[in-house]
Design a protein around this ligand. Structure first.
Ligand code: ACO
Length: 324
């Protein structure tokens, strides 16, 4: 049987880092009041990175992809599939994956975007795994890249303090031994209104608000329930239990969502990779950013079993269980 396995990870954060105090000072100039204490207590976020105005998702994806390729010992020309998970694409079309492919200096391989907001990376990884299992691809680059700072309403303190920019990448290769063990993806479009960017392009104009709107408490309640369900369904498919998980790598939205999920799965917080404090919520980039931080920090080791899980706008949610 043919499996897929992660053979390299990489990530990139734009250099401009704002602590909560930096952001609070900037927001104060707009008459918007917030504080480090409020943000840390409600979310666990202490800092985030924002890209410069002319920097796009493909710009952030490029160094993340190069770093993952280097870790896998591959060149871009070896890759036969590129999937970028993003909700902040460079253009309406073509896909950010096509733009990234050109920036990587290659041509010819399949390249497309996946749009599942904060679940984008687990969706993209599941699609790449399926394509590798069927033989449609052998060496894939799977990337989450976002410039959420572009779609934040800086007059809305309930949302603009939560998000950041960044990119994370993995190389996924065909393998005779199992890497990805199981995955479980879901969506429920009836919740579109609780987290969305309603604007769209029509007749040369943007119609509707092109900025993020969220009902935080509704998102919180939904997130905790579905994350537990997805993790349990994925474990069941793989014939594993919570005790087999070495590391939980959840979407990094809010420390309280992560704590609740870990509690429900009976995992201590020292088995959870947490980067939300330093990155904020980077949507589709948050899981591969956290994965790379864990790998490069020497905590996540080859052979360990990882549970990746995401939840976000759509509503979408899902989980991937894998052996590194
Ligand atoms: N600074 C200071 N005060 C604030 C801020 C802020 N940035 N934002 C809101 N407040 C105030 C509110 O105005 C309110 O004041 P009031 O009581 O006088 O009306 C008070 O704080 C409490 O507001 P709530 O919205 O009730 O705060 P809550 O405890 O629900 O926390 C939060 C809000 C952090 C958004 C929380 O609901 C949450 O984490 N939800 C999950 C959302 C999430 O993580 N989304 C990420 C995208 S989806 C995903 O990735 C899964």
């Amino acid at each position: 049987r043919r499996y897929s396995r992660i053979t390299g990870t990489g990530s990139y954060l734009p250099p401009r880092r704002l602590t909560n105090a930096d952001l609070a000072a900037e927001l104060a100039t707009r008459g918007v009041e917030t504080s480090d204490e409020w943000i840390v207590e409600r979310t666990g976020i202490r800092a985030r990175h924002f890209a410069a105005p002319d920097v796009t998702s493909s710009d952030l994806a490029l160094p993340a992809a190069q770093s993952a390729l280097q870790a896998a010992g591959l060149d871009a020309k070896d890759i036969d599939l590129i999937i970028v998970a993003t909700s902040t694409p460079d253009m309406v079309f073509p896909s950010t994956a096509c733009i990234l492919q050109h920036k990587l200096g290659v041509a010819g391989c399949a390249a497309f975007d996946v749009q599942a907001v904060c679940s984008g990376f687990v969706y993209a990884l599941t699609v790449a795994d399926a394509m590798i299992q069927t033989g449609a691809a052998s060496k894939a680059l799977v990337i989450g890249s976002e410039v959420f700072s572009r779609i934040l309403d800086f007059s809305d303190r309930t949302t603009c303090v939560l998000f950041g920019d960044g990119a994370g990448a993995v190389v996924l290769e065909a393998s005779e031994t199992p890497g990805i063990l199981a995955s479980d993806l879901h969506a429920d479009g009836k919740h579109v209104g609780i987290l969305c960017v309603p604007g769209h392009v029509s007749g040369g104009e943007v119609l509707g608000l092109p900025l993020l709107k969220m009902d935080g408490q509704a998102v919180f309640k939904l997130a905790v329930g579905v994350l537990e369900e997805a993790a349990r369904a994925t474990l069941a498919k793989a014939g594993k239990t919570e005790a087999d998980i070495d590391w939980l790598i959840p979407h990094q939205a809010n420390i309280r969502i992560m704590q609740s999920t870990a509690r429900k799965l009976k995992l201590p917080m020292d088995k959870v990779i947490v980067t939300v404090d330093q990155h904020g919520n980077t949507s589709a980039a948050s899981i591969p950013l956290a994965l790379d931080a864990g790998v490069r920090g020497g905590r996540i080791l080859p052979g360990q079993t990882l549970m990746l899980e995401g939840v976000g706008g759509g509503f979408t949610w899902g989980a991937v269980l894998l052996n590194l």
